[in-house]
Design a protein around this ligand. Structure first.
Ligand SMILES: C[S@@+](CC[C@H](N)C(=O)[O-])C[C@H]1O[C@@H](n2cnc3c(N)ncnc32)[C@H](O)[C@@H]1O
Length: 351
């Protein structure tokens, strides 16, 4: 008899369309992942964010953890003292190299979404930068709920990088925001999961020594969605609200006070860093008639970091803006930037 998970999977295939969970490369996953990939799937800043999220959300003492679709790094910080960490994946050499694991299981989720574990085995199931490869996600999410203890957490972390030949069509065809709704739908399809929670970290500066730093793009975005299996023991501690913003948030009053002071301080009201003198390029299209502006070139400025998402939501993907001060008119205004490196060539070094 078909299980409830399998029936749901069929219904969702019908809702999403038969092609939604197909891939360009439909060959055996075990063969594709036979190749060892001892690479980082995210830049260092994004990896630190992942560890911070994992470490903050695991509140259990001595948790039993499953790393679902594990590679050579489980992103579990040393502060988490796990009783056991089981890795489930496809590449044995990577799993052998993974120092966090107590043991591992080779299992192809797309061939068989039934997880080889008893009901209520785990306190935490982690799935990092891999949900895009699930061809039967509704069944897998249902299985995760089955193997979690009541109150246990399923934490799904994703970004925007992928192996395009193995990512499912709907993932590739979706925007980053749409992918959030997709993962939310996977969670909500399982009645045993409680309310899903979302964390987003976008726009942090990419480390200067990262292999993609020359592109001037910010650190890889991190989306983390988690939900608990219903039935947590009464009185159990709640999982915390994870702080992801860089630096101390500025209150609205402080922001206004700083804006009034800019003429005197030349400090960016959003991050407090001194703005740099910037020579206005003289082109036939330049709208400003003054020779110099002051621009905040802090790559970790919250105004710039938020800007990538705001611009994307307005249809301007790949753009953000920096805070600029026009000293002649005594006004602050946003200046759009297509990369972290943009405009920097016209900084005027001051003695
Ligand atoms: C991008 S890597 C991410 C690895 C690891 N979770 C991390 O955060 O570094 C994708 C992982 O998913 C695993 N994987 C891909 N398809 C799978 C499948 N059908 N069944 C089980 N694991 C799979 C691969 O073994 C690979 O390690």
């Amino acid at each position: 008899m078909a299980t409830r998970n399998a029936i749901q999977e069929k219904v969702h295939r019908w809702v999403y369309g038969e092609e939604a969970f197909q891939r360009l490369d439909e060959s055996d996953d075990a063969v594709f992942y036979q190749k060892d990939r001892f690479v980082s799937h995210l830049d260092r800043t994004a990896l630190e964010t992942v560890e911070h999220i994992v470490g903050s959300l695991i509140i259990e003492d001595s948790p039993v953890i499953l790393d679902l679709m594990a590679g050579w790094d489980s992103h579990i910080p040393a502060t988490v003292k796990a009783a056991e960490v089981v890795g489930l994946g496809l590449n044995e050499n990577e799993l052998l190299r993974n120092g966090a694991l107590s043991r591992y299981v080779l299992h192809d989720l797309n061939a068989d979404p039934n997880l080889p574990f008893a009901d209520g085995t785990f306190d935490v199931v982690l799935n990092t930068v891999s949900v895009d490869y699930m061809t039967r996600p509704f069944e897998v999410f249902g299985e995760v709920a089955r193997i979690l203890k009541p109150g246990g957490m399923f934490l799904v972390i994703f970004s925007n990088r992928m192996f395009p030949q193995k990512a499912v069509k709907i993932w590739k065809d979706s925007s980053e925001e749409e992918r959030i709704f997709l993962v939310e739908d996977f969670f909500r399809s399982v009645p045993d999961f409680g309310e899903p929670h979302l964390l987003v970290s976008k726009g942090k500066p990419r480390p200067a020594d990262d292999k993609y730093a020359h592109l001037g793009i910010p650190s890889d975005p991190i989306y983390a969605m988690w939900a608990e299996k219903k039935g947590a023991p009464k009185g159990r501690r709640k999982r915390p609200v994870v702080e992801l913003s860089a630096g101390r948030p500025v209150s609205a009053e402080e922001l206004e006070a700083r804006k009034r002071q800019v003429k005197k301080t030349l400090q960016c009201p959003h991050c407090g860093e001194r703005m740099k003198k910037w020579k206005v390029p003289q082109t036939p299209f330049t709208e400003w008639d003054n020779e110099f502006m002051y621009i905040c070139f802090n790559d970790a400025c919250p105004y710039l970091m938020r800007g990538w998402s705001v611009m994307e939501s307005q249809g301007n993907r790949g753009f953000s803006y920096r805070m600029m001060y026009n000293p002649d008119r005594d006004v602050l205004l946003p200046v759009p930037v297509p990369s972290l490196g943009a405009l920097k060539e016209s900084i005027v070094e001051e003695a």
